[in-house]
Design a protein. Structure first.
Ligand code: COA
Length: 406
């Protein structure tokens, strides 16, 4: 087990000096995973991990999930205030106008291997936008606004395009008469979605739109701090989101539920998993010591979908797992996180499993862009220090003088 903090340092210890040495002769602080270390100041999102409260710009996420739309929430996150009706209409229209992606990008995507992961396809296509919009005018408000609109508009189109391309079909064009989420589901399935399905999908995007300084957002801010272009910022964040300890967990949750198979097998499976020190996917969070508030809302959305479109027996497995895990892992503050129920929602919407994380990326683009703007507003390049643990200084040896490998 990795040590949590080495050495245990007083909370109010002086920060390390600029040359990497500790102030006042104290040993430099090292917290693996930067746990508990503030790496920025931010006014975007707040998490109360003990009470299970999440707010975007001060507005509780459950109110947004029930009353807002993804585009309104994105506006709130990125520009800091809920839009007026005029601002919202203008933003929606701008996004609608920029949904299409260049045929060159679609052609490039046709060269991607069909068996490749859609997150890799998304990372490459997001980065390629920088080739088309290469003017890097970070002091120009117009440039910032256009970059925000382009990324929010085009990321879903690229996710849907790769889905069709890998099936050997041509991507279909966005439909101007459909709202953001309905249009994405249409581009993905080639069918106009049911209104409830589109509304629930939109709420899922709201719930995934932002979550303070998680790994991908930190990655976005580090990239932004070099003053590179926003397409590189989003591409680096997509790459970070792809890992199974972050956005990739919702794929693994479904695999785990299917592996368990039925509610009566949950208890034995969980005990064996805990005994073998296996991480239970969809459980645990660095910030929450109670059930993730997003998991509570997603569970409700999953139930709404089951009522309308039929039950999913994997939901019974999930509920039993949550019940048994409360007993085994609850005392350690490990409860379902956002990924535990989101996979069940997407599965009921007929979305292929390896698109779950790209959909997370569609939503989180709003948060990444909010952090991009905030970073630019008070920028200092990220350059942390390290504690060197390697060899002391030693001479280079000619080949014939080197000891034989063991
Ligand atoms: N299942 C079982 N035990 C878990 C666990 C899980 N999902 N998550 C954490 N723990 C345990 C660890 O084994 C460790 O126990 P120990 O101190 O007895 O060794 C303790 O809780 C702390 O875990 P740690 O991995 O240090 O927490 P973290 O803050 O670094 O990790 C996550 C947070 C999210 C990476 C971690 O909970 C995890 O891997 N969860 C599964 C993947 C997942 O669902 N990710 C999506 C996050 S939204």
């Amino acid at each position: 087990m990795a040590a949590k903090s080495t050495p245990e340092a007083p909370a109010a210890a002086a920060p390390p000096a600029r040359d990497g040495t500790a102030a006042h002769g104290a040993p430099p602080l090292f917290r693996p995973g930067l746990e508990g270390v503030p790496a920025t100041q931010s006014a975007i999102c707040d998490i109360d991990g003990r009470q299970g409260i999440l707010t975007y710009r001060g507005v509780p996420v459950d109110q947004l999930a029930h009353h807002s739309s993804f585009l309104e929430t994105a506006y709130l996150l990125i520009w800091g205030e809920l839009p007026t009706i005029f601002q919202l209409n203008a933003f929606q229209q701008d996004v609608q106008m920029h949904r299409r992606v260049s045929f060159r990008i679609r052609d490039m995507m046709k060269c991607f291997p069909a068996g490749g992961h859609p997150m890799d396809a998304l990372q490459a296509s997001a980065a390629s936008l920088g080739l088309f919009y290469s003017r890097r005018a970070l002091n120009d408000p117009q440039y910032i606004t256009e970059a925000v609109v382009r990324l929010i508009a085009k990321i879903p189109t690229m996710v849907a395009a790769f889905q069709l391309i890998r099936k050997g079909q041509d991507p279909i064009q966005p439909r101007d008469d459909l709202a953001y989420s309905a249009n994405f589901l249409y581009m993905l399935t080639e069918r106009e979605p049911d209104q409830l399905a589109a509304r629930i999908f939109d709420a899922c995007l709201i719930l995934h739109a932002e979550h303070s300084l998680n790994a991908s957002t930190f990655s976005a801010r580090v990239t932004a701090s070099t003053l590179t272009d926003p397409y590189a910022v989003v591409a680096s964040a997509v790459g970070t989101l792809a890992g199974p300890l972050h956005g990739g967990a919702n794929e693994d949750v479904l695999e785990m539920l299917e592996q368990i198979g039925s509610p009566d097998r949950v208890e034995a499976w969980l005990d064996q998993a805990i005994a073998s020190k296996q991480k239970i996917m969809g459980f645990g969070h660095r910030e929450y010591k109670v059930k993730d508030p997003r998991a509570v809302i997603l569970q409700g959305l999953a139930e709404d979908l089951f009522l309308r479109f039929g039950h999913d027996t994997m939901y019974d497995v999930a509920c039993r797992l949550e019940e048994v895990a409360a007993d085994r892992l609850g005392p350690k503050g490990i409860f379902p996180n956002v990924d535990f129920y989101s996979g069940l929602v997407y599965r009921k919407l007929g979305i292929p499993r390896d698109l779950f994380t790209p959909i997370f990326a569609i939503a989180r683009t709003a948060g990444w862009l909010a952090h991009w703007r905030e970073q630019l507003g008070a920028n200092r390049i990220y350059r942390p220090t390290q504690i060197y643990t390697g060899s002391p200084q030693r001479p280079w040896l000619p080949l014939e003088s080197r000891p034989a490998a063991l």
